[in-house]
Structures are given as C-alpha cells and as structure tokens.
Design a protein. Structure first.
Length: 80
C-alpha cells in the first residue's frame, strides 16, 4: 500500500478529472473507514471540485461520505 502522503496526493490529483473511474476511486476513499483522515478530506475536496465543474450534487451520496469529506465538500460548495 502507498504511503499516506502518496495517497493524499493521488486524491488531490484525481479531482482534476471528470471521468467515472476517477470519481469512483475518490468516493471509495471518502467512504473508507480505515483510510487516514487527510486522504478522506482530500478525496472530499476533489469530489466537490468535480461536482462544482459539472453543476451537480448528489445529496444521498454526500450523506454517506465520512465527515471529513463532507466538511470539505460543504466548504467548497458553500453548503450549510
């Protein structure tokens, strides 16, 4: 398994892509109960970037993500 900093960098980089595989990897990281909090937060930020570019928001999926990811998405998208 890659180091935490490498996984964190990957989560940040995946936010630049709008394809389904990148999004699926980010969601997996943002839901993983065993993933380091910083990777989860970065995955959340990247999910938020993808949603912002596409003009979409999946409220049900958002509710299933870990709190660290939800916080990043809410801050990025200025949600309550």
């Amino acid at each position: 398994m890659a180091r935490v900093d490498e996984r964190d960098d990957a989560a940040i980089d995946l936010g630049k892509y709008d394809d389904t595989e990148a999004f699926a990897a980010l969601v997996e990281a943002a839901m993983d109960p065993d993933e380091h909090w910083s990777v989860v937060a970065s995955a959340g930020e990247s999910i938020g970037q993808i949603w912002r570019r596409s003009g979409t928001l999946d409220s049900e999926l958002l509710s299933q993500l870990r709190p660290e990811a939800r916080q990043e998405i809410r801050g990025l998208l200025r949600l309550p």
